[in-house]
Design a protein around this ligand. Structure first.
Ligand SMILES: [Fe+2]
Length: 185
């Protein structure tokens, strides 16, 4: 890891730990996702700079000082953009874990689309990290994470309402990442 990467990731870590201090489980989850992202970067020879920084920052949209719309990927990305973070990081935060499917259902699709999205290895790695760490930071399978998410959010939630279009994407990400990890092992 380069000196620049360490400084970049350290700044992301400090901001996330500060903003999420009132939300200890979300903080544990975030630390777990960042650790998982660092592992994936190493295993798949990905540049950890954007990936690990975005992992630390992906859920800051849950923190009160960032909340505007109540849709955490968009609020987090807008907060980062307003504070001078590179678009590459804000865009990963905006689109993590298939946020575009929920945004479309909530009428926020155009606002989220202000952040570019590419379905590539970097976005797959962040989403896979998020989908293999549970709400308190424990390592889980993508299937267990999905089942727990549906139970936690409940039948009237946006996540459940869009699951028929979002889950195929999350499954495809998991398939691609597990295939890549198997080849790299
Ligand atoms: Fe998350």
């Amino acid at each position: 890891m380069s000196v620049r990467t360490r400084a970049f990731v350290t700044a992301a870590r400090e901001i996330a730990l500060d903003l999420l201090a009132p939300l200890p489980n979300r903080r544990r989850h975030t630390a777990g996702v960042a650790a998982r992202a660092a592992e994936l970067a190493s295993a798949l020879d990905l540049d950890p700079d954007v990936l690990v920084a975005a992992a630390w920052l992906h859920d800051i949209g849950y923190a009160d000082p960032t909340v505007v719309t109540g849709f955490h990927p968009l609020d987090g990305a807008d907060h980062l953009a307003a504070h001078g973070w590179p678009l590459a990081v804000a865009a990963q935060v905006a689109h993590h874990s298939g946020a575009r499917f929920v945004a479309a259902a909530r009428g926020l699709g155009e606002r989220l689309a202000a952040y570019p999205f590419a379905e590539d290895l970097l976005s797959d790695a962040l989403t896979y990290a998020d989908q293999t760490v549970g709400p308190c930071g424990d390592r889980v399978s993508p299937t267990a994470r999905h089942d727990e998410m549906l139970r936690r959010h409940g039948p009237d939630s946006w996540n459940v309402k869009v699951d028929h279009v979002r889950y195929p994407y999350l499954s495809a990400v998991a398939f691609r990442m597990e295939h890549r990890l198997a080849l790299a092992a």
